[in-house]
Write a protein that binds this ligand. Sequence first.
Ligand SMILES: [Zn+2]
Length: 248
Amino acid sequence: MPSPAYAWPGGREAAITLTFDDGTKSQLERAIPYMNKLGLRGSFYLNPKDGEWEERLQPWRAVADAGHEIGNHTCSHPCSRALWGQDHGLESMTLAELEADILKAEERLRKIIPAQTERTFCYPCYYHHVGSGPTRQSYVPLIAKHFVAGRGGTCNLGFAVAPQACDLAYLEGHPAERLAGYEMIGLCERAAARGHWLLLVFHGIQDGGLAVADGDFRELCDHLKRHENRFWTDTTLNVAKHVKAQRK
Ligand SMILES: [Zn+2]
């Protein structure tokens, strides 16, 4: 059964958030100029890793000035040890260590982009645990404590979140890599039919890992712009704040 109509601003049918992980060069060179041209805003999740982080964050000041969200993706991008067979990873970390890493990223982002005092979080590699086996625990409560919302991933392809029932501290994002323009548009239309919130996850645009072709990305953006009376395209932060306010 479709969920009941949700009160998106302006009577629109769905919220769409274009999210971008890892602060890649192709996002700066390809995604942002095209989104700016169309007036679409997205959320860009950065890792201000140790060493020259101030220089690396500089280009993102203009991105923030254009109305995009600069989100927290931790400093060191910790992932599961199972991913690459490393010695160090989320399984060998404590919640306190992870919190320190996240707060260090927060301090650095605020220093370079002081105008953005609140932001959302993005789970590196979609994982949300520390420890393993009997000591494994979720770090979602940590994100709920420090952020308006957190964006993760999903195992359910085709999925968009139901705003009235979702956990804002772990919003399931839909990976966009290798999808064609018509497939991404199809996901937006499916979300509209249900009144849901689709969070698409991008890494590379045309170049780099987990990429989407430039032409496909533009086709999606053109569709969202052409149907802006039906789709509310905005940052994770702005949509999450709306959802939170509706619940009160
Ligand atoms: Zn990442």
